[in-house]
Design a protein around this ligand. Structure first.
Ligand code: T46
Length: 138
């Protein structure tokens, strides 16, 4: 089973089958998904111009996908930065633990689906960027 080894942000292709009556997208642990999903959440109704996240996770790995509309995911590990335009339900971004992420440039009716490697834990969040930099240097 292909599980998360490199903790580097990257795009993951979902499988897809398109037909005359619509399209279906899928992903399976060990094939495209590099971790076991323990939680699912989704973000909707983000006003145009608003941001989400702007925080880090210590351990949590996540996969984010724009299942409708579009948004941008900026990620940094404190040294390197990545930016992904999410506008395709067939492409997800892997956001590994130990990174700071900001979601912005939401289009109207955008939906961000998140697949997470663990249940909700408020103690896994770092919500202050200076604290994140200190934590990374420890
Ligand atoms: C992330 C970005 C992309 C829960 O009670 N359970 C949950 O599973 C989640 C995700 C949130 N909440 C509560 C915690 C807060 O009281 O919902 C409220 C809003 O959460 P938060 O301010 O963390 O929302 P975002 O959009 O800033 O961040 C979320 C995820 O929390 C985070 O893991 O990476 O989306």
């Amino acid at each position: 089973m292909k599980l998360l080894k490199e903790r580097i942000p990257k795009l993951i292709d979902f499988g897809t089958v398109a037909g005359e009556n619509g399209s279906i997208y899928f992903s399976e642990i060990g094939k495209d998904l590099p971790f076991a999903v323990k939680r699912v959440y989704y973000i909707v109704d983000v006003p145009v111009g608003s941001k989400r996240a702007s925080h880090a996770h210590k351990k949590l790995d996540q996969v984010l996908v724009a299942i409708a509309g579009s948004f941008v995911v900026d990620i940094t590990d404190g040294v390197k930065t990545w930016s992904f335009i999410m506008d395709d339900p067939g492409k997800a971004v892997l956001v590994p633990g130990g990174t700071w992420r900001t979601l912005h440039n939401f289009s109207k009716k955008a939906i961000c689906l998140a697949l997470a490697s663990d249940v909700y834990d408020a103690d896994d969040y770092i919500r202050d960027y200076d604290e994140f930099r200190r934590w990374k240097s420890e």
